[in-house]
Design a protein around this ligand. Structure first.
Ligand code: GLA
Length: 579
């Protein structure tokens, strides 16, 4: 009792002290003429919440159904080369996997050389891929398949090879020129974007190699939010400020005689404390990311720093808006991933225009492991987003990933999918039932189906498919793949959770897929009331006395009135298509 009182007193004292601290901080801020209580509140709470950047869908026209293919990571990891990838591609064709829909052959990490080439472009390992990626893509295409590639939204990849953060444009151009059609973008060595914006003293526009033809002073721009001009007492210089953490923006307009690429130079105060960031949006669509690095060491008169970029302006009026929209790590990740998505779309479009070829859209796979709620912003950035950490070929991993991904049903739809990671079917020590359950759950969750096993084992020495191979049979089960690929693009919902889960996925043609998943080590029998399932609001099954029930794994059809009794093996599933 005495102890309790002591705690209470201590807690009250701490609360009082912190209240005093906060109020003195507020009092200090309130002395500032530009104090805005609403902005202050937004800034404080902003750090705690997610601020999805609202924008139209990613719009690359890719992945209207979950992508299907193969990736080098799960089994081969660091040991990949041109010969292996071509053998895999051939095996995908010869085994029938390609005909079943698996069309992407994806290089994961470790395809790169440790150095960029003399033009600053990524290049493949010079000995493992002697003919380069363009030639590999051509050969893969000739087999009727598409090549995928990998990089990281960081300074280096997870295996420490050169990566794409702050090289987005050049890398996107490289991938488009190589004819790559799938891009996985990891999160290793990521650098978070600063919430602080630099103080801007002037903006200059020039033609490359010439001096500025237009200089915009701070008082010549239009400020919004907390953005304003302030004069530094020491230097007497005017700066634009108030742009940190989405607090404000400034804009100006400029007329051009023709479409052109101009050099834009920002004069900014050298940041003493940390790197600072500004986003430039031109005409509401093209986005440029500008970084002002931290000074090496603070000096008495740091002077100004220039930040330069080449911007494309159009004939007629152009509107240039500068802001820093980052308030949290979530905003930082979302902004970076969206930026890469935009560059990929620009690169494939421009490559097609310049070469008079048909545009090859790149399926954009966001792989930041679900750290920054990618399901909230991934659809605007790309086509699929990892919802969890890496899968391992063990049952506990499959189960844990399923448990997380199954809850996110509301975010999947054509063009953008939850990605519970690649398949481990046929990779590790999963039993046959576990492999079947893993594959079925992924199909029910409308997940991308990216194989990770050695598909060369599916082909006989004479080059034909080994149709007796159980794993191949499983992975090419037509009805199961149709459930995954159904045009409605709806992820299953779990209508019963427990030791046995019941999942329901609406399908085209007023049908539904129902999966009973037994998580225990004992067989279990579950009664499914089909009328009840039909009554679920999100299902379009008709109310009937008798339903046609197709057992996907038994390949049998039966008529069912009343309850359907499903006996499910340990770590197993039963999957039905009901109509
Ligand atoms: C991360 C990803 C994996 C794989 C490896 C490669 O861990 O999540 O899927 O790409 O990097 O290094």
């Amino acid at each position: 009792m005495e102890q309790k009182t002591k705690w209470k007193t201590a807690a009250a004292a701490a609360a009082a002290a912190s209240a005093a601290g906060v109020s003195s901080l507020l009092a200090k801020r309130m002395k500032n003429k530009a104090f805005c209580p609403v902005c202050e509140w937004k800034r404080l709470t902003g750090k705690l919440r997610l601020h999805p950047v609202t924008s139209p869908d990613c719009g690359n026209g890719a992945a209207k159904t979950p992508p299907m293919g193969w990736s080098s990571w799960n089994l081969f990891e660091r040991n990949i080369n041109e010969t292996l990838i071509l053998e895999i591609a051939e095996a995908m064709r010869n085994s029938g996997l390609a005909d079943a829909g698996y069309c992407y052959v994806n290089l994961d990490d470790c395809w790169q050389s440790s150095e960029r080439d003399e033009h600053g472009r990524l290049q493949a390992d010079l000995s493992a891929f002697p003919h380069g990626i363009r030639a590999l893509a051509d050969k893969v295409n000739a087999l009727g398949l598409k090549l995928g590639i990998y990089s990281s939204n960081g300074d280096r990849t997870c295996e420490d090879y050169p990566a794409s953060l702050r090289h987005e444009a050049i890398d996107a151009d490289t991938f488009a020129a190589w004819g790559v059609e799938y891009f996985k973008y990891d999160f290793c060595h990521n650098r978070r974007i600063s919430e602080k914006a630099p103080l801007v003293s002037a903006i200059e526009l020039s033609l490359p190699g010439e001096s500025a033809f237009e200089t915009i002073a701070p008082d010549a721009v239009t400020c919004s939010g907390r953005a304003r001009v302030f004069t530094d007492e020491k230097s007497g210089r005017a700066y634009l400020t108030g742009l940190d953490s989405h607090a404000g923006a400034f804009r100006f307009e400029t007329e051009m005689q023709t479409d052109c690429a101009l050099v834009l130079t920002l004069r900014v105060k050298k940041p003493a404390d940390a790197e600072r960031f500004l986003r430039l949006t031109v005409n509401g669509k093209d986005e440029y990311h500008l970084y002002a690095p931290k000074m090496r060491a603070p000096v008495p008169d740091p002077g100004d720093r220039r930040i330069q970029t080449t911007v494309r302006l159009q004939k007629g009026k152009n509107t240039l808006v500068f802001d820093n929209p980052v308030r949290s790590r979530f905003d930082s990740a979302a902004l970076q991933y969206r930026h890469m998505g935009r560059e990929l779309r620009r690169a494939t479009r421009e490559f097609a225009e310049q070469n008079g070829t048909e545009e090859k859209p790149i399926v954009y796979s966001i792989c930041e492991w679900g750290f920054n709620f990618p399901w909230k912003w991934g659809r605007q950035a790309g086509n699929l987003w990892r919802t969890t950490g890496d899968i391992k070929p063990v049952w506990a991993s499959v189960l844990a990933i399923y448990e997380r991904n199954v809850r996110l049903w509301n975010y999947a739809a054509p063009g953008g999918w939850n990605d519970p990671d690649m398949l481990e079917v046929g990779v590790g020590k999963l039993t046959e039932d576990e492999n079947r359950a893993h594959f079925s759950l992924w199909c029910m969750m409308a997940a991308p189906l990216i194989l990770g096993n050695d598909v060369r084992t599916f082909v006989l020495p004479d080059g034909t498919a080994d149709s007796s191979n159980k794993t191949l049979q499983m992975l090419t089960n037509k009805a199961m793949i149709e459930i995954d690929q159904d045009a409605l693009g709806i992820q299953c919902r779990r209508i019963k959770a427990g030791l046995q889960d019941v999942l329901v996925k609406p399908l085209t043609g007023a049908r539904a897929a129902v999966c009973v998943f037994n998580k225990t080590r004992r067989p279990a029998t579950v009664a499914l009331e089909l009328q009840d399932i039909a009554n679920e609001g999100f299902v379009q099954l008709k109310q009937k006395d008798c339903y046609e029930v197709f057992d996907v794994w038994e390949n049998k059809t039966q008529q069912c009135t009343g309850a359907l009794s499903a006996t499910v093996k340990p770590h197993g599933v039963k999957v039905y298509i009901i109509k």
